[in-house]
Structures are given as structure tokens and as C-alpha cells.
Write a protein of this length. Structure first.
Length: 888
């Protein structure tokens, strides 16, 4: 690396200062996480948060000249990370004109920044501009401006749309336009007469990009924007490497502290070992991105879907390469700390504030990885051995699916490990198995044979629509548009018959957004149809399912639809409390909390949310107290309809992945809660009455669930708890008031007995260990105990191994037992034995394979299991020979 390097801090500072001096407002960086309303998981470009303003909306600051340094996350090329140039997180230095200056000023400013601020030679600078096509003209204006600022004519290149036109792929109604990319040569040696920025020889490096967003992309092409805008992006990571004279993007101050740490821990040199270099790059990149995502203002946690799945994939890929370097997983939390304390803490102070939280999330994910991945790796390695033995090169989709379904082994990791062995996966077959599993799950959830053609209402004529009036009224007049029974669409329905009725308008809330349906009646004179379920079809029909309990009705009848107001009030209590609950969870746990699902029933609620660990009793109590505090404050509940952009500006919370229309419904409770929601709510939080959390549990990795009750259900719960306390007091022969003291007394008595049992067990283990050590077999410089132990379980074997290892540094012990018809193994090796080459994990891997099982572990300690108990003696008999093969 060059002396007098420019640092990342200096480069950020230069950029902001330069554009502030030219009248730009530094708007700072925004969240890396998508806001849930656009369907984009991450902020993938510096301009993404400014999309509405580039299309013509007024920026909240009122300014038209803006700048910042914005973090971005792109994960489409995760597998490419490991080479010198690919990163999943990067910073983009940007500045924008929102209908203010245009090409003339921007060309001059970019040229001056590159030459005067960064010291590049203007004689060597090159630029590429748009050559034009049938949809947009050639950008001769920019080419002329480049010549005027000093770019040599022979250094200006016209390139096609794929090179010099910027737009977001797969979108419509988004800004776009031609761009001017700035390049600088690494050296003066041309690859040929046509050497230039587009030839791909590697001589030229892109150092910046000015996009002239003067068009809006439509379904049919492009149309001019009312304002001509400028969107500039200079990649900090790439530019920093170039300015410091390195072709390896990892050899800058953004990564070198981590690289030095991993070199020290692994004993491998970055520049001397290509495999280690790749592993170090992957760990450095993925842990940088993970640190940023977890520590973001809207930070996420590892999950099995959405953005949380991408985070989990990054972490687990880093963990796999940590293993490849033969390092413990705790180095990953150290890497996080290095990024926070030495690299990004000053630029992103929230990382410092959330440092402990970030490390805890990473540590817990590492624990999950260690627990689940070993068995999957053993099974995959067996599959690879079998493929090679049969001369095959492709793993079946069924085998990969079995790894995923049984062991939770990520398919991306399967593909990567296969590729390292020169093998492939039948991905199409795997995807078919996944599709079949989803179909099975969907079928299990569906109401098979539902009257009216199920949730699609397919037996009804097209064009029927129902208007929901239940926000304003509990009772409404309506006309019957259609009726169906199990025989299909009919004109009428009589007493005792079950069916589905479609009305032109209805106060009945159809089940959606986690809120259950209203119940009630549809009346026509003396006739009465009792409604027990309500669903809405994608095309707008509201299906009232129920039974005709009096008389009959016909299509075309005028009816009165009445909901059960007692049920609706109880549902409102539960739903409004869920909004308060989410706000309280974010206040207590952090802004990474996001809704992952919900169920709202009369006076009962279930709320799933993203969080990395179980809540402590103190956290649960604090959340519950906050919700009840807001209930007692009596916040007014207000509902407003507005545009999605307006809702986002106000900070309304959205459910990620949910698709919203142009107009949304925003529900607020005072200044405490604001969410996009289509459900029914109270007009005052005081009407919730009471709120009580009844359970907190895990739904999936990274997703927690709280179940709670409100209103009358709380009173029922308290009465039941009082009865339970009285029963417990009676069983312990005390009073309810004295129950805590008596429980402590009984607990202490049990602990004393447990300590006595543990002491006896330890003494027995030491006696057994001494006896076994006396008969140990000498193998080279180590001593071996390999035995089948009668009447032991896995825990007992581990205790015995630990005792043996503590008594002799030269010992290697491999113990097996049969418990409940299954084989259990434990192994250990003392420090001297490990130095001599003994590896407990590898010894057990071989032994377990004999018994049809798997497992492994560290050189000094390992456990495993097997299915074939009759082969245990053979497995133990082979240990000595296996040990001889590994000793130095």
C-alpha cells in the first residue's frame, strides 16, 4: 500500500465539505433496511431513499441541493464475495440536484473534485456518455461540456444503454436517464488500439458516476420529467482502494484491522495462502454487513425469511469459513467490535450504542449454527463420498431437500460445498420438493370443499363487488347479490341450510390482517341467517358463511346486516392493544422489532415479532406495564386515510412484504403508536380495560411470540390464577400469603439433595476413571482407553471423559454406550495427546459412521450418536487403529 494514504474518514469528510461549500445540505444516511412499503429489502443505491423527490415531490427540508454518504447493501452476488472486488455492504458518496443545477455545473464540480480535491491528473481522466437509441437521444451535450472542462476529445467514449443509462430494472414510474461515468487509468500501457473504459482489460477504473435523471420510466418507454435532476454516486470503497494504489479492495483501512486480527488468530498470512485469503475476505465482508444490518436504526435479526434470512445466510457463510480457518466462533464477535471501535464507530455512532446487542445477536446465531450444522455436514460429506464412489457429479434434489428439511442445512451452503468438490446440485428437483412442501402446507390450511368455491368464491359470477361499511356502522341495509350452497350458486336458501351470501354492502369485517371475522345475523323480515365466518375474495366479494336458522331468503332481497357488537368490541380491545404492544416492544427491546405475524380474537391476541432471544421476566414486566400505562392514559384512537408517501413521511409503521395501494389507512393512538392497518379499533385506549401477557415463546429462529389477553379475559385469568395459588398453598401445607417462603424452603431442600447426589456421582466417576486409566493401552506417545460402558447415558459418558482427561494429559478416551436402543459416544484427549496428533472429533466421526450415525467435535472433546447398537463393539475395536493413523 502507498505511503501517505488517504483514509476512509478523510475521503468522507472531503466529499461532504466540498458539496456543503457549494450550497448542498448534508441529509445524513438513512436506514439500510427497506421501509416495508416498496417491497425492497435493503437500500441498494444512494438515491433509493430520494426516489419520490427525484420524481417531483418536495423534499421535507425544502432544499433542492443535497449530499450525503449512504450505506448500501446488495446481496445478489453473495457467492462472488471472496475475490478482490465484491462487497455486500458499501458506501456511496452522493449529491443531488432536485430541479436545480444540471449538466453544466455538475460536470465542472465532478471534474474539480477529482482533480483538485483528490489530485488526479486531468490529462488522464476519461469519461463515457450515452450513445443514444430509438428511445432517447445521444448525449452530445455532456460530451461538449466534458471537452470544455478539459477532458481530451480522445478520452470521451460513447457507449450503449447497458453501459451509460441508469434505471432500476423491473420497475415502472421510477426516474432514469443517461449517465456520465468517470474513469482513470491504473497505468499507461494500452491493451490494443481500441483500449478504453469498455474493453474490460482492467486498465481503467471507474471513479465516479453522474446520472442525469430527466426521464420517468413507464410501461411503454420513457417520458420527460417536469424537473431535470442530477444523481451523483462515487463509490467510497472502490475509490479509496484506487487512491491508495491497491487493486485488492480489501487492502484499505476499512478492512485491514480485521484482516490483521484474523491473520494473528489463524496463524495464516493473507498474502501467502490463497484459501486463507478467500476465507478472510468472506468473513471480513459478511461480518461488516451483518454488523451494519443488526446495528441499523431499524436493525434486523437472523430469521428464516425476508431480510432476516439474508442476514442469517451472511452470518452462516462467515461461520463456515471461520471453521475453515480452524477458529472458534467467538472471533466473529471480536470482528464486530473491531468494525465498531476501529472502523465505523465515528461515522455511524449508533453502532457504538448498540455494540453489546450486535455481539449478542451474532453470538446466539453462532450457537445455533454450531448446534444444527454438525449433523448436516456429516450427512453431506457422506453424500459427497457416495457420489464420488459411484462416479456421479450431481447431488439429487431429494438429498438436498432432506438436508434442509431434517437438519435445517441451507441449500446455498450445500451448493457452495458441492462446488468446492467439483459437484453440482439438481436445483430444479430441489425447488420442486420445496414447492411440494409449500403446497402440502397450503392444502393443510385450506378449507377444503368450502361452500362458494372456497376463498376465491369461484362459483359466483364475475363482477360482483361488496362495499365494507363496518368502520362507520354496526348495522346496515343491504341487497343480496348472490347465494351459494354445497350444490353451487343458487337463487334461494331455506331454513336449516348452510351456505354463503354475498351482499352489495356489509358491516361485517372479513378475516384479514390477522383479525378474525365478525359474527352476527342477516335478517329479512322474520327470516334470519346466522353468520359464523366472513372472508373476502381477491376480486372484492365479501362472503358471509353461516346457516339459515329462520325462514328463507332469495337473491335480490333487501336485508339488514347486524354484527355481534359484543364480539366486535372484544376484538377491538385486542387489536388496539396489539398496536400498543408493538410500540412498547420497540421501546423496551429496540427498533429492530418488526411484526412477523398476528392473530386478533375477542379479548385475545397473539403477536409474532423479530427478536434474537427470549425476553427476560424483567423485559416482559416492563412491556406489560408500558401497555397498561398507555391504556390508563386514555389516548384517543384516530384513523385517517392518506397516500402511502404521506404515511411514510409521518413515520407510520408498515408490515414488511405487505403490498399497499396508493391510499392507506393510518391508525394512531396519541403520539405513542402509528401504524398502517385496515382493522377495527377503539376510539380510546382506556376501553381496553386491562392487558396481561400470558406467554412468551419462540416460533422460529429469530422470531418470538407473545400471547396476551384483554378486558374480561384478564378478569377470568386472574380468577384462575387465584385458584391455582390456593391449590398450591394447600399442597405445600401453607397459606397463600406464605407460599413464596415455603417454595424457597422446599427448593433449598431439593438443591441440597441434588448436590449430595452430584458429589456421589463425581466420586464414582473418579473411581471408574482410575480403574480405566490403570488398564489404558500404550500407543506411541499417548495412552488409549476405548471401551463400551454398560448402564451409562450420553451425559454420564461426558462426565466420565472429562474426569479421565483431567487426570492424564497423555490420555485419549473413546467411550460408547447403548441407552434407549441408541448408541451414544463421548471422546476426549488431553493437551499432550492433542499435540501428538490425536483428534477426538475425527475419532468419533469414524466410530459413529460404523454405527450408522454421525457427530464430531473439537480435538480435545467430542460427542456423537448412532442407530445400530449391535455394531458398537466393532466401532470401539477400530479406535486404536484409527488413532495410530493420526499420531505424528
Amino acid at each position: 500500500m502507498k505511503e501517505n494514504m488517504i483514509t476512509s474518514k478523510e475521503l468522507r469528510s472531503k466529499w461532504i465539505r466540498y458539496y456543503e461549500e457549494r450550497g448542498h445540505l448534508n441529509i445524513g444516511a438513512v436506514s439500510l433496511i427497506g421501509d416495508g412499503t416498496t417491497g425492497v429489502m435493503f437500500n441498494v443505491a444512494g438515491m433509493q431513499p430520494l426516489m419520490p423527490y427525484l420524481l417531483g415531490a418536495k423534499h421535507p427540508s425544502g432544499q433542492t441541493k443535497l449530499c450525503n454518504v449512504q450505506g448500501c447493501v446488495r446481496t445478489i452476488d453473495i457467492e462472488s464475495v471472496g475475490d478482490p472486488t465484491h462487497f455486500t455492504f458499501f458506501e456511496m458518496m452522493g449529491n443531488w440536484s432536485l430541479g436545480d443545477y444540471f449538466k453544466k455545473e455538475k460536470t465542472q464540480w465532478s471534474y474539480d473534485f477529482l482533480t483538485k480535491e483528490l489530485g488526479l491528473d486531468g490529462e488522464k481522466l476519461c469519461s463515457t456518455v450515452f450513445e443514444g437509441n430509438e428511445a432517447a437521444p445521444r448525449d452530445d451535450e455532456t460530451a461538449e461540456l466534458l471537452r470544455q472542462v478539459g477532458i481530451k476529445p480522445e478520452h470521451i467514449f460513447y457507449l450503449p444503454k447497458e453501459d451509460n443509462w441508469w434505471e432500476l430494472e423491473g420497475t415502472v414510474d421510477t426516474p432514469c436517464g443517461p449517465d456520465n461515468e468517470w474513469f482513470y487509468p491504473r497505468h499507461d500501457v494500452a491493451c490494443g488500439p481500441d483500449c478504453g473504459p469498455a474493453c474490460g482489460c482492467g486498465r481503467y477504473v471507474e471513479v465516479g458516476n453522474d446520472v442525469y435523471m430527466q426521464y420517468k420510466k413507464t410501461a411503454d418507454g420513457y417520458e420527460p420529467l417536469a424537473n431535470k435532476n442530477v444523481d451523483t454516486g462515487f463509490g467510497l470503497d472502490r475509490l479509496l482502494a484506487f487512491l491508495n494504489g491497491v487493486t485488492d479492495g480489501y487492502k484499505t483501512d476499512l478492512f485491514m484491522p480485521v484482516i490483521h486480527y484474523l491473520e494473528e488468530k489463524s496463524g495464516k498470512k493473507y498474502d501467502e495462502d490463497e484459501q486463507a485469503k478467500k476465507a478472510i475476505r468472506i468473513i471480513a465482508d459478511h461480518m461488516r454487513t451483518s454488523t451494519m444490518l443488526i446495528g441499523d436504526v431499524n436493525g434486523i435479526v437472523p430469521q428464516n425469511s425476508g431480510a432476516g434470512y439474508i442476514l442469517r445466510r451472511l452470518l452462516r457463510r462467515a461461520m463456515r469459513y471461520t471453521r475453515q480457518l480452524e477458529l472458534d466462533m467467538n472471533v466473529l464477535t471480536d470482528v464486530c467490535k473491531i468494525y465498531i471501535e476501529q472502523v465505523y464507530g465515528e461515522a455511524y455512532p449508533l453502532l457504538v450504542e448498540k455494540s453489546g446487542y450486535i455481539c449478542k445477536v451474532v453470538s446466539m446465531e453462532a450457537d445455533r449454527f454450531e448446534k444444527t450444522i454438525d449433523a448436516g455436514l456429516v450427512r453431506l460429506n457422506d453424500m459427497i463420498d457416495a457420489l464420488k464412489g459411484e462416479g456421479k457429479t450431481e447431488l439429487s434434489g431429494a438429498d438436498a431437500f432432506r438436508l434442509y428439511d431434517t437438519y435445517g442445512f441451507p441449500v446455498d451452503l450445500t451448493i457452495e460445498i458441492l462446488a468446492e468438490q467439483g459437484l453440482t446440485l439438481d436445483r430444479a428437483a430441489f425447488d420442486e420438493d420445496m414447492k411440494a412442501q409449500r403446497e402440502r402446507a397450503r392444502n393443510a390450511r385450506e378449507k377444503t370443499g368450502a361452500i362458494g368455491g372456497g376463498e376465491n368464491g369461484s362459483v359466483f359470477a364475475e363482477g360482483l363487488r361488496s362495499v365494507f361499511t363496518g368502520y362507520e356502522t354496526n348495522t346496515d341495509s343491504a341487497k343480496i347479490l348472490a347465494i351459494a350452497t354445497d350444490e353451487g350458486a343458487v337463487d334461494s336458501i331455506g331454513v336449516g341450510m348452510s351456505g354463503v351470501i354475498v351482499l352489495d354492502q356489509t358491516p361485517f369485517y372479513a378475516e384479514s390482517g390477522g383479525q378474525v371475522a365478525d359474527h352476527g345475523v342477516i335478517k329479512c323480515g322474520d327470516a334470519e341467517f346466522r353468520v359464523t365466518d366472513v372472508q373476502k375474495t381477491p376480486d372484492g366479494k365479501i362472503l358471509h358463511t353461516g346457516e339459515m336458522v329462520k325462514g328463507g331468503v332469495m337473491v335480490g332481497d333487501d336485508v339488514t346486516a347486524e354484527i355481534c357488537t359484543v364480539r366486535r368490541a372484544a376484538i377491538r380491545r385486542a387489536h388496539s392493544s396489539v398496536h400498543l404492544l408493538q410500540a412498547a416492544l420497540r421501546q423496551v427491546l429496540g427498533n429492530h422489532v418488526e411484526q412477523a405475524g398476528s392473530l386478533v380474537e375477542p379479548d385475545r391476541a397473539r403477536f409474532d415479532f423479530s427478536h434474537f432471544s427470549g425476553l427476560s421476566a424483567e423485559e416482559i414486566a416492563k412491556v406489560e406495564a408500558l401497555v397498561n400505562e398507555k391504556i390508563l392514559e386514555g389516548f384517543a384512537g384516530e384513523t385517517r386515510e392518506m397516500s402511502i408517501d404521506e404515511a411514510k413521511k409521518l413515520g407510520a409503521m408498515a408490515l414488511f412484504g405487505e403490498k399497499y395501494g396508493d391510499t392507506v389507512r393510518v391508525v394512531t393512538f396519541g403520539d405513542y403508536s402509528m401504524e398502517l392497518c385496515g382493522g377495527t379499533h377503539l376510539d380510546n385506549t382506556a376501553k381496553v380495560g386491562l392487558f396481561k401477557i400470558v406467554s412468551e415463546s419462540s416460533v422460529a429462529a429469530g422470531v418470538r411470540r407473545i400471547e396476551a389477553v384483554t378486558g374480561s379475559a384478564v378478569m377470568e385469568l386472574l380468577a384462575a390464577r387465584e385458584r391455582e395459588i390456593a391449590d398450591a398453598a394447600q399442597a405445600l401445607k401453607t397459606t397463600p400469603a406464605d407460599l413464596p417462603r415455603r417454595a424457597v424452603q422446599v427448593s433449598e431442600e431439593l438443591r441440597a439433595q441434588s448436590r449430595e447426589i452430584e458429589s456421589l456421582t463425581g466420586r464414582l466417576a473418579r473411581v471408574d476413571a482410575e480403574r480405566m486409566l490403570a488398564g489404558a493401552e500404550e500407543i506411541g506417545a499417548v495412552r488409549l482407553i476405548a471401551q463400551v460402558i454398560e448402564g451409562q447415558n450420553a451425559a454420564g459418558l461426558r462426565t466420565l471423559c472429562d474426569t479421565i482427561r483431567d487426570m492424564d494429559e497423555n490420555i485419549v478416551a473413546v467411550l460408547g454406550a447403548v441407552a434407549d436402543g441408541k448408541v451414544a459416544f463421548a471422546a476426549c484427549a488431553g493437551k499432550a495427546a492433542v499435540k501428538a496428533g490425536a483428534h477426538s472429533g475425527n475419532l468419533l466421526k469414524a466410530a459413529a459412521k460404523v454405527c450408522g450415525g454421525g457427530g464430531g467435535g473439537r480435538p480435545d472433546s467430542a460427542t456423537a450418536g448412532g442407530r445400530e447398537a449391535d455394531k458398537l463393539p466393532q466401532a470401539i475395536a477400530e479406535v486404536a487403529e484409527n488413532l495410530r493413523g493420526m499420531l505424528k
